[in-house]
Each structure stands twice: as C-alpha cells, then as structure tokens.
Design a protein around this ligand. Structure first.
Ligand SMILES: Cc1ncc(COP(=O)(O)O)c(C=O)c1O
Length: 401
C-alpha cells in the first residue's frame, strides 16, 4: 500500500507548499527529488557534450546518456537502438507524421480518432493535406470509447497509417490497442501509438503489442520537461528519411551529398537533451521502485472515492464515470469551468479547465470546456475531500448572485 506521507517526502514541492492539493498530473506530474538530483549532477559535475569529446568528462556524460537509453528501452521492452530521445510526445509524433509526408500517396488513408490529443491529429491532418491522402476518423461509442468493432468500419485496403491514443487525456479510457494493431498489420498499415497518458499509469511492452511507433513525455511521469521518447521498430526507423539534419547524425559529408547514421542517432541531430535523458532514466527507476500495481490501486481508489463524493453534490455532470485510469472529467451546472478552476485555486486546489488540447472530445461531449482532475501517488483522501469542499464553496459563492 502506498504511504502518501512517505511519498511526499520524495517530492520537494511539498516543502514549499505543504497544503498543495495538486490534481493536474495528467497535464504534468510533480517532480521527484531523485530526478532533480540526477539532472543537477549532470550540470554540477559534467556539463559537457556527448558522442563528441575524447576526454574523460565527455566519456562519462556519454556513458550516462547511453545508459539512460538502455533504461528506457528495457522499461518498454524495446532494443536500445529503437529509442530516440526527443523533446516530448508532440515532437515524436510530428517527426513520424513529417517523415510519412513523402511516403503516403494520393488515396492512401490515415486513420485517427476523435479521442486524440491535438498532437496526434494535427500533424496527420497536415500530412494528409500535403500528401493528398485521406484522414478518416474511428467513430466513438455513445460512451466515447474506441472499440475494435468501430475500428473495423474505417479500416480498408487503403489504410496505410493508424495514429491513435493509448489512453485518452480527457476520458481516461484505455484503447483496445493490441487487437487494433493486429488488424492494421493485416492490411499492411503502421500504427503510431500516443502513450503520453499511458506510461504514467501502466506498464508498456512494445514487443507484446507489436506496435510500430510509440511516443511519450518525461514530464508526465515525474521526469524533466523538454525530454521525451520516440520508439520505432528498428527496420522502420532506418527506412525513414531523417527529420532534422546537423551534427552527429551524418556518416560522411561531401560537397554535394551525404550519408547518414542508422537510428537512433540518425534522428538526434545536434546536441541532444542530455540532462533530460539522464533525469528520465531516474524517473523510470522511481516508477519501477513503486510499481504500477501500487500506482493503479492507489489512484483508482482515490478516483472512486471522489466520484462517490461528487455525486453527493447537486448540479454535477460527470462525463467519464467508467474511466480506466484515475481521470475525472466533469462540469458544474451554470458555472464556467474556468471560474471554478480559478476559485479552487483560492483553496490551493490545482485542476485543469478547458478543452485539454482535445477539442474534438469537447465537441463529442457537446460542451465548450470541462473540468478535469487527475491523481497520482502523492495524492490522498484529504486531497479529494478538499476538492469536494472547495467545489461546494464555489457553488455557494457563484450561485448566490
Ligand atoms: C494524450 C496526450 N498526447 C500528447 C500530449 C502532448 O504531450 P507533450 O505536451 O508532452 O508533448 C499530451 C499532453 O497533454 C497528451 O495528454
């Protein structure tokens, strides 16, 4: 069982803000001390570039950077040469969508869903426009879920790409991805999985999934911002054109042509995010120490408790009661979500309000914006109680006019 009092000792923000009720982990998690220490160590004790220098400090920095790649690869059961360090999920997804602009042809089809974060739709929308291929949407169930049956209705012999979320950042539903990948492969399509919301909550095994590409960010899993991962099957990555050109990604450069390294360095032009990769590896070790079973049990307990309490209030609409992870999306009748969020901040309660960079989900729900609370291991029952009492106080305040 998770002992939140002990866990909070690992998160220095609670020294500054002991009364913080942080319920916005789906946007960005709080940062754990071991990550901060590892990033700090790089800057305090090394601070030099990787892959270039012939001196001791450079060897040490390179060793830490490549060990971080190793840690990431084992974490998702990939090979080290299949892990590209990027700036985050958005960069990883854009890199793949850009690379496919020259591969896709007129009449090819790209399948996405209405549950996608903008970073898993917009790059493909532009790629579809530039390559004259067709963007198709998997219809959602009434509850807002992606199902295998619905996926089958848009899958055709022309489907070349399936870009899909593993866990929705608004609804918290887990996509039945294994079966979808199998079906996509039968048609010869590649699958790009947005795992930004999955990695903070569930173990990922890219080999068991047989997924072609997968992306996630460090900052949602206790790690640094500015670092993320692009996984790609080695055969596929080496088939793609590099996305950026520059230092340490070329083998031989002549006046009129050049040859490029194999993945992953082929996709890491210029100085990479060294401290970020080292910090991300520390975050992974921290998650492994806690264990996903404990994370799931703890956060789902908080979610269920909060749902039960929310239902005791009047005028609350909950949109995703059956979410598979600990995300609750809801609205308070007659009060704009931004007003509630601003009011909750008076009680040091941090929640998200808006369309959560997933406007198609808001359109599906038929609302302009919603409130979202999301839990992680540093939250406790008191956080849930403070949330509920501050929503009640906000209702009393706004509805008294
Ligand atoms: C499902 C999902 N995909 C992609 C992203 C984009 O992640 P980042 O901003 O770290 O690039 C997010 C961030 O909220 C997300 O929730």
């Amino acid at each position: 069982m998770i002992d939140v009092k002990e866990i909070r000792k690992d998160f220095p923000i609670y020294n500054r803000e002991p009364k913080l009720t942080y319920l916005d982990s789906a946007a960005s998690s709080l940062k754990v001390k071991t990550v901060i220490d590892h990033v700090d160590h790089y800057y305090q004790s090394l601070g030099v570039n990787v892959h270039r220098g012939a001196y001791d400090l450079a060897y040490e920095a390179t060793k830490l950077y490549e060990e971080a790649r190793d840690t990431v690869s084992k974490f998702i059961n990939a090979n080290a040469d299949e892990i590209v360090f990027t700036r985050g999920t958005t960069t990883s997804l854009n890199m793949i969508a850009n690379a496919y602009r020259d591969i896709l042809k007129e009449d090819d089809e790209i399948v996405v869903t209405e549950l996608e974060h903008h970073s898993s739709i917009l790059p493909w929308m532009v790629t579809a426009q530039k390559s004259k291929s067709k963007l198709k949407y998997v219809p959602l169930t009434k509850e807002g879920r992606i199902t295998v049956e619905a996926f089958k209705t848009v899958l055709t012999d022309q489907t070349k790409v399936v870009a899909i979320t593993y866990v929705s950042n608004v609804m918290g539903y887990v996509t039945p991805i294994k079966e979808i990948i199998k079906l996509a492969h039968q048609k010869g399509a590649v699958v790009i999985l947005d795992a930004a919301q999955a990695v903070p909550h569930m173990a990922i095994d890219v080999k068991a999934l047989d997924v072609d590409y997968l992306a996630f960010s460090g900052h949602k899993m206790f790690g640094p911002s500015g670092v993320g991962v692009l996984f790609g099957k080695s055969k596929l990555l080496n088939m793609l054109e590099p996305v950026e050109y520059g230092g340490e990604m070329a083998d031989d450069v002549f006046k009129d042509h050049a040859t490029f390294k194999e993945a992953p360095l082929r996709f890491e032009a210029g100085t990479p995010v060294i401290s970020g990769a080292i910090g991300l590896a520390a975050a992974i070790r921290y998650i492994q120490k806690i264990g996903y079973d404990q994370i799931h049990e703890h956060t789902m307990h908080l979610k269920q408790y909060t749902l039960n309490q929310l239902k005791t209030l009047k005028g609350i609409t909950i949109y995703n009661e059956t979410a598979d992870i600990s995300t609750i999306t809801f609205n308070v009748d007659d009060i704009h979500p931004h007003d509630i969020a601003t009011m909750l901040d008076q009680y040091q309660v941090s929640v998200r309000a808006g369309h959560h960079c997933a406007q198609l989900v808001s359109r599906f729900l038929g609302v302009g914006s919603t409130l979202r609370v999301s839990f992680h291991i540093y939250n406790d029952i008191n956080d849930c109680d403070v949330l509920i009492s501050s929503i009640k106080a906000s209702q009393d305040f706004f509805l008294s006019f």
